[in-house]
Design a binder for this molecule. Structure first.
Ligand code: C5P
Length: 315
């Protein structure tokens, strides 16, 4: 039986706006996802025992039903009466519970890998349905694109035609953050009242750029927030402006839970980078660099203070 090998990339959110709480308890988002070249490796080998076995030497990766990869395998077995099992090897490089969606990316790899390894021939739409049920960040990784706009729970995706590749430095403090806790804190801090729109940094207008965006991005120009300007700036490689537009509405909640992270962000912000932000629900903090050289220089400095520092690029 054939083994399928797949890479599972990490993501970061350049913009993450929380629009409000939904009746189902989740939050409506508008977010710009970027895929990174920081990747886990997974192999899926079918077995005839029917057992799902996860092999991973990372101590924080669950090997049983708490692993999203296991959940994918189990749901496929149940939904499609699969008699085969799978031996799944995970080489973990993406830090766990860091805001980089490593577990979700592994789950997307499992959807793609087991679909092939078990010969299920499920359509992309069917895989997307499964992905949404596994987690809000999973669908992004089913799209073969480095950039996408996520709306609703972050699980409705619009791939973005952006050629630019960014160099970034990524610091992952060795604490775990839990998305559920961070979103709950967001609701508590916001208190009752209507959902608010995004707030642009000082000096930036919400007006569409002078050159209208063409094609599928046209509707983005009408959104009146930082997303369309960010895309325009990315396409023009105006990294200074990209840096100014980074924003994460979850930052006050992350800092409320872990006040010590303010110092980490502050230290990164003092380096010559275009901009610095948290990814997802943290604690990963990234800085957009003006060049590979500057990303490496920042990485060298930050490595003196933190153990998990990565120099990464859009993938
Ligand atoms: O979808 P996922 O299981 O990854 O989400 C983890 C938790 O994060 C959810 O249980 C929910 O509390 C919170 N969440 C949210 N709104 C989103 C995504 C996640 O409230 N759009």
């Amino acid at each position: 039986m054939r083994a399928i090998a797949l890479r599972a990339p990490a993501k970061i959110n350049l913009i993450l706006k929380v629009l409000g709480k939904r009746p189902d308890g989740y939050h409506d988002l508008k977010t710009v996802f970027q895929r990174l070249d920081l990747c886990d490796d997974l192999t899926f080998t079918p077995n005839t025992s029917g057992n799902i076995r996860i092999f991973c030497d990372h101590p924080q990766v669950p090997k049983g039903p708490r692993n999203l990869v296991y959940k994918v395998a189990q749901s496929f077995q149940t939904d499609y009466q699969v008699g085969l099992g799978a031996d799944i090897h995970i080489t973990k490089r993406i830090p766990v519970a860091a805001g980089l969606a490593g577990g979700s990316s592994n789950a997307a790899a499992a959807l793609l890998g087991l679909n092939r390894a078990w010969g299920l021939k499920l359509s992309q739409d069917r895989l997307l349905d499964h992905a949404r049920r596994i987690g809000s960040d999973v669908p992004f990784f089913l799209y073969d694109c480095p950039w996408a706009l996520g709306t609703e729970r972050g699980d409705r995706l619009e791939p973005l035609a952006v050629e630019t590749r960014l160099w970034q430095v990524l610091v992952v403090p060795r604490i775990k953050m839990y998305s559920g806790e961070v979103f709950t804190r967001w609701s508590l801090l916001r208190g009752p009242g209507p959902a608010r729109g995004g707030i642009l940094p000082e000096g930036l207008s919400a007006e569409p750029p002078e050159t209208p965006l063409q094609g599928p991005q046209n509707k983005l120009t009408k959104m009146g927030d930082g997303v369309n300007i960010l895309l325009h700036s990315l396409r023009k490689k105006d990294l200074k402006r990209v840096g100014l537009l980074l924003c994460n509405d979850l930052e006050p909640s992350i800092l409320d839970i872990r006040p010590g992270l303010a110092k980490v962000k502050d230290r990164i912000s003092r380096l010559p980078l275009a901009g610095v932000s948290f990814s997802g629900s943290g604690p990963a903090i990234f800085g957009v660099a003006f060049s590979q050289q500057e990303a490496r220089a920042a990485g060298d400095i930050l490595s003196r203070f933190y153990r998990q520092v990565f120099v990464v690029r859009t993938r």
